[in-house]
Write a protein that binds this ligand. Structure first.
Ligand SMILES: [Zn+2]
Ligand SMILES: [Zn+2]
Length: 444
């Protein structure tokens, strides 16, 4: 038996209709009680005055690079970055080497993550063998091994015919197909967004039409098959409209956006170079505004990082040759609070739903809530703490962030997985009895 008591935090759980000053008692990995002033003894106590206590965050889109890309990230470093960012669960994409297209690989990933004891891992397995777009993988076997969704992320599902087969198979399991929407005939060779920045830099641009044409194809197929489609890293105004309209027709579509797409525009590439190069690329101010609107009105369901580490020597190449992708696990909350909540675009409860309840619903796992008997996965954060992000202190093995040196308002203070503190900011933590006057706890 081990117990942990979180005292006097502002407990917010949109899925449970909770928002108030409450204590949370956890025992043996699950939540036992949520009530004001519990005043119970516990093995460990966290004083959460001034902090928000939220359901643990779930990142539907990360690249952890193991196996095959250990120079850029490993499960150990990636999951350490995850919990430092407040993420208690992450969904790694299958584009490792080899690709996660077999039940044994999926099972090995889950087991290895379990041994590390940091964040939970819910793998997304490949749609096609080797993600080559030729033959469908065995969805049933992969699902039994722990895959929660299917995607060929890094590239789109190659053909409409294969996507229809994938959706039919996914529908039988009632799991989503996650699409990296891109039509290579419209994006190929594109380094940044098509437009003035590409022209200025003298590099090829990738049109937003590439994303929208592929998304439109997939929406037609989702409607025809009744399958669930989840749109990865949505980035254009046109895509927001397509998702909105499809949902109104009853298509089972959900969508995620990344912090870099709701914070930055293509202009960032002029300043940050390859550190601001990702796929889909940063878009125009108009696209960013539409994404912000979609987050506010519910057209977009989830904030996901698309954490994509690349070793420094790879990202040091010239803009046109450097790989696509940025790391993002440790900056997601600070960026979301600074650019969505503190600006009045969305409420704290909306933000928490975007990071916990909504992604939990999409992968259909009993997470993302704070209720008696639920898993004791919690994220404690100070919404007002001002700090500066220094990428050289990142727990990730890679350094490819466009946000190095940025001042952010709002930071994770502690991350709890299955009732165990797996991350704490600084050492402001004590073990002992409730309400001892000497302890400083986690409160500032
Ligand atoms: Zn992608
Ligand atoms: Zn990705």
């Amino acid at each position: 038996m081990s117990s942990l008591l979180i005292q006097s935090g502002r407990v917010i759980s949109p899925a449970d209709g909770l928002d108030g000053c409450l204590d949370v008692l956890m025992e043996n990995g699950v939540i036992r009680q949520i009530a004001p002033d519990l005043g119970l003894p516990a093995d460990e106590i966290i004083d959460a005055r001034g902090l928000v206590v939220a359901p643990g965050f779930i990142d539907l889109h990360v690249h952890l690079r193991e196996p095959g890309g250990e120079a850029s990230e490993t499960l150990a470093t990636g999951l350490a970055a995850a919990v430092a960012g407040g993420f208690t669960s992450v969904c790694p994409m299958p584009n490792t080497s080899p690709v996660n297209d077999r039940a044994e690989s999926t099972r090995a990933l889950v087991e290895r993550a379990h041994q590390l004891g940091l964040a939970r891992v819910f793998p997304i397995a490949a749609v096609s063998e080797g993600s080559l777009g030729e033959r469908l993988t065995d969805f049933r076997a992969l699902g039994s091994a722990g895959a929660v969704a299917f995607s060929d992320d890094g590239r789109p599902v190659k053909t409409a015919g294969l996507m229809r087969q994938a959706m039919q198979a996914a529908r039988r399991l009632d799991v989503p197909v996650v699409e990296h929407c891109e039509d290579p005939t419209l994006s190929s060779g594109g380094v940044v967004n098509e437009g003035p920045v590409a022209e200025k830099l003298g590099v090829r641009g990738a049109s937003g039409l590439s994303e929208e044409v592929c998304l439109a194809r997939d929406l037609v197929l989702a409607e025809a098959t009744g399958a669930r489609l989840h749109v990865a890293h949505l980035s254009t105004a046109g895509s927001v409209e397509l998702v909105r309209a499809a949902r109104q027709r009853g298509v089972r579509v959900t969508a995620e956006v990344t912090p870099h797409h709701f914070v930055l525009t293509e202009e960032a590439v002029l300043e940050r170079g390859a550190a601001a190069k990702m796929n889909p690329p940063l878009r125009s101010g108009r696209d960013r505004e539409a994404v912000l609107q979609g987050l506010a009105d519910g057209a977009i369901d989830v904030i996901a990082t698309d954490h994509a580490p690349h070793a420094p020597e790879l990202k040091a190449k010239p803009l046109a040759e450097a790989p696509f992708g940025v790391i993002g696990l440790e900056t997601a909350l600070g960026l979301a609070l600074s650019y969505l909540v503190h600006t009045g675009r969305i409420s704290l409860a909306q933000l928490i739903a975007l990071l916990s309840a909504n992604p939990a619903r999409i992968i259909d796992r009993p997470l993302g809530r704070l209720a008696v008997a639920a898993a004791a996965d919690l994220t404690l954060f100070d919404p007002d703490l001002e700090w500066t992000y220094h990428v050289d202190r990142s727990r990730s093995k890679s350094r490819n962030s466009p946000f190095d040196g940025w001042k952010l308002k709002g930071a994770v203070r502690a991350t709890i997985v299955a009732g165990k503190v797996v991350y704490r900011r600084g050492e402001e933590y004590r073990a002992g009895h409730p309400r001892s006057s000497s302890g400083t706890g986690l409160a500032p």
